[in-house]
Write a protein that binds this ligand. Sequence first.
Ligand SMILES: Nc1ncnc2c1ncn2[C@@H]1O[C@H](COP(=O)(O)OP(=O)(O)OP(=O)(O)O)[C@@H](O)[C@H]1O
Ligand SMILES: [Mg+2]
Length: 376
Amino acid sequence: MIGPLPDGSPFSFDAHSWYRSGITNAMNISMLGSTGSGKSTTACAIALRALAHQGRKVMVVDGKSDWARYADAYGGVAVRFGEPDIALNPLDVPAGLDAASAGEQRMRAVRVLLEIVGERRLTDVELLALSRATAELPADARLTDVRMHIADPVGYSLKAAADLRDAGRTLLPPLDRLTAPRSSFANLLDRPSTVCFNPDTAFFVASLGQLSGPTELRECAFAAVQGWMHTMALGEPADRLLVLDEAWQLLKHESAAVAHAERLRLARAQNLATMMIMHRPGDIAMFGQPGSTHRASVETVFHLSDVHILGHLTADDAAQAQQLLRLNITETQTIRDVCTGEFLWSVETAVSGRRSWLVQTARSEREARLWNTKAG
Ligand SMILES: Nc1ncnc2c1ncn2[C@@H]1O[C@H](COP(=O)(O)OP(=O)(O)OP(=O)(O)O)[C@@H](O)[C@H]1O
Ligand SMILES: [Mg+2]
């Protein structure tokens, strides 16, 4: 049970069961609410209830530092990025993945990083050079290897190699930034992973709150970890819930937003439900110009969720949520009035249209102690 409804009756939720029993058409969840409205707490309640279902696994990318504590308390594994020995190789692919899929995953992972540090989309010619460089890398390849293939394509005729070298020339500066020896980027992303994907781990948290360095490093880390989790999960099918807490870091960049939308479309076949936690509906309007690819991808990401969980919002934010989710006046007023831990669940049901419930997330005494983010 997540918590009681206003009449005291219990409200339960499990993304996979709701989807499989035909209540929803999608497994994804979005959550919005002002700072301190209880989003992480409620997301943790959802995750723990999902864990209690046989076979469900939970993976979390936490832009802050709340979930590592939850993982410690509930027998999960928490990786605290920012500690000096932690590295994650974005080129990791599960053993046994076919070469074409491996190349595709690697290309997507490197492309996002290059577009974040280069602050621009890659051109078609650059993409060609990158796809060739990521197509047939060895299992333990790193970003440095991609750089090497782009700077010096091997296995081609002289003319073809010269053309490819030319096409990839402009990729070298962002690649240099990612691979400069002893830089914070290389330390984190251009080493063999110290993090391993263990399919038996039921609760796995990547905590990014302690990561210091330039903003792009945090954004690259968020995108790399999220992409890595998607890719590694490909090799081990299971019912999984992926929680992205502070997901705006991922949507801020067009490339990451586009890649995320693509992954969400594929996620259903992977039995992967994604829960995206953001603050305000206005965050969505912050990214890209209206009508741009960036904005469209952010909106797509949002609309690929059938379950929207809304905590307290200010009057302005509630009005935006009303528009975005077609809430009625009573629902809009409700999200202005709810207190901490109370959420309006607006669900696009598969058969009877949109329905909503007001739910107070329930916590046991132990959970209340553990989930108190003010306790440090
Ligand atoms: N259901 C609840 N009942 C009582 N208190 C709650 C409930 N949910 C959260 N709280 C308290 O509210 C505070 C904020 O909760 P939480 O960190 O989950 O909010 P948040 O929306 O994730 O905040 P932020 O925007 O800063 O990430 C915590 O101290 C927590 O103990
Ligand atoms: Mg939070």
